[in-house]
Design a protein. Sequence first.
Length: 269
Amino acid sequence: MKLKRLLLAGISTFALAAAAHAAPLKIGVTPGSLADSVEVAAAEARKQGLDVKVVELTDWTTPNVALAAGDLDLNYFQHQAFLDNAVKERGYAFKSVAVGVLPNIGLYSNHVKRFEDIKEGARIGVANDPVNQGRGLLLLQKAGLIKLRDGVGARGGVDDVVGNPKKLKFVEIEGPQLVRALDDVDLAQGYPAHFVNAGKPQIAGAGLLYSGVDDLYFAIRFVSRQDNASDPRVARFVKIYQESPAVRQQLKRSFANNDKLYSLPWLKQ
């Protein structure tokens, strides 16, 4: 009788594990190049017998909340700087399991063609979240428009601007909405893929200045919880994404067939 109970318990455990892996791998993404490339990889994964469900989310908060709650198995929307900040602020037990595409950011304007033409008191659009704002401010510093406090790097905010000779006025805007800001500000930090997704590929390639394509810290990451980081389905999906020619073609289309707007850092590792 005892042996029978042990056998039944073993069978039940196996059945539960099998059921868990029978459920689709749920991946949270944000719209545009990331969602489009993951959809291509998911279609390829299904052909190979790996069921994947892509969950599209429109903000930069929900993907981490949903991952922490167990509603997602993986998300793909944030770079390492954003992840580090989220873990620090929320205490998430997350792990970056692989690197993905590295998008540039740029400085864009509908009003000037050169930084020298920006007038005193001009309105400058920057991301309102702490990490992406810092990245935009670093680019403004590279353009010679401002000076940041020494040592703040990508964690700098508007309060860390210690040199502002043109008395620029910073307008903090939610990252995904920066694509709509060009008519309302004189210059704005922007994401090329967002312009492409909005049907404005000509703007994506018309930045006055771009960040460097080798800045691995800002490559998008595949992020899991620590408790499911070793799930073989996660590793399998990442391998499909990174090795698929169809995914690479989709990324190329998403970035307006313009190689200067992004890179694939896993090819260089």
